[in-house]
Ligand binder design. Sequence first.
Ligand SMILES: Cc1cc2nc3c(=O)[nH]c(=O)nc-3n(C[C@H](O)[C@H](O)[C@H](O)COP(=O)(O)OP(=O)(O)OC[C@H]3O[C@@H](n4cnc5c(N)ncnc54)[C@H](O)[C@@H]3O)c2cc1C
Length: 409
Amino acid sequence: MRTVLISGASIAGPALALWLHRYGFAPTVVEKAPALRTGGYKVDLRGDAIEICARMGILDEVRAASTDMDGGSYVDARGRTVGELPAEIFGGREEQDDEIMRGDLARILHDKTREDVEYVFGDSVASLHDDGEGVDVVFESGTRRRFDLVVGADGMHSHTRRLVFGDERRFRQHLGAYISIFTGPDRLGLTRWETYHARPNKLVSVYSTSGESAGTAKNCFVFASPAELAYDHRDGTAQKRLLAEAFAGDDWEIPRLIADAADADDFYFDQIATIRMDRWSSGRVVLLGDAAHCTSPASGQGTGLALTGAYVLAGELAAAGGDHVAAFAAYEAAMRPGVELNQRFAEKMAKEMTVASRRKIALRMFLVRTLPKMPWKNVIARKIREEIQRAAHAVPVKEYAKYETLRAV
Ligand SMILES: Cc1cc2nc3c(=O)[nH]c(=O)nc-3n(C[C@H](O)[C@H](O)[C@H](O)COP(=O)(O)OP(=O)(O)OC[C@H]3O[C@@H](n4cnc5c(N)ncnc54)[C@H](O)[C@@H]3O)c2cc1C
């Protein structure tokens, strides 16, 4: 049986482990966090990703954890509603599509695989040596093990990528903004509703989904920054300080919402960026999900592509009878055109997340206010949906042979 070490237990890692186990491989997932990480934004599952959730047998759990949002409203600096939009217009969703909290999806995937897959929390790969026949891995804990293959599913700041391909800066394209999200007290009294407040070069949103614990809400901040900020992405205190500096002096509820970051144990802060690489594998090591090709939160597709990539990578490994050279090439050929389409989409969307001037904000608010009353609102909603759906169906979901027949790998 072929052994596969997967670094990262968020979305891509556990999804790959699920498929590899079904195909008869022996996956081990190592996660540097001491336990499964909760937190994160609500993430869209559309098109291919929904089909793959069904094939993984987790669609019922996904549906049960749906955010079930009704819609959202924009408010001005005095908290007065400027306009409201229903959730369909925001999400660009087709009938079967859904939205779920990232942490809920990570939990569903972990629950589905924990009995069959070896998970090691609180450890990380310190070094690896690929001798052509296998990969010798030394872990931070000092443990030494040998695997047939190693998969880096450890996110945009992938440690595996750094070890095998070099410095992240060679592959990272900053899309001009930063994002932060964390849980705080529900200061606006929201139920399945999102409230937005736009300021020049900034956007604040607060929302509460159907699964949100009583009395809490998610505070989300986006701010434009043409230049990359210098900070350590492992240093939460420094990130909270950067966030506070970016929103210093702003009114509405912003000072209180920012202050809530101090007590948040699920604080998330990152730049909005893509990762572009010429190739995703080297020898017996391959990258998956954001580690290979982060499309950024601006695309709304990172989680979907992580699930699709896991399905394709495992399927190609099984179809090639474990021949990793053939499988990695087929995986990359299947994924790359769709990934590139999504990265172009992300570049466009990142520019639209914030608005530069008060005049442009006023124009956007005018559109939000008038759109629901316009006779051609359905035409606009359809145009938005079509573009999003193109991105959501960008990778053909092949039928891999039924896994029962492949267990002999
Ligand atoms: C806590 C958290 C919150 C997030 N919030 C948002 C959000 O609000 N909006 C958004 O669009 N995207 C968010 N993301 C990113 C989003 O989950 C991904 O874009 C997408 O789901 C692709 O998933 P992935 O599994 O490829 O990577 P990720 O979800 O980034 O997961 C990578 C995993 O690898 C682990 N890891 C990192 N380094 C190591 C290491 N050295 N050894 C072992 N494990 C390691 C991380 O702890 C994490 O569990 C978040 C990710 C995390 C981890």
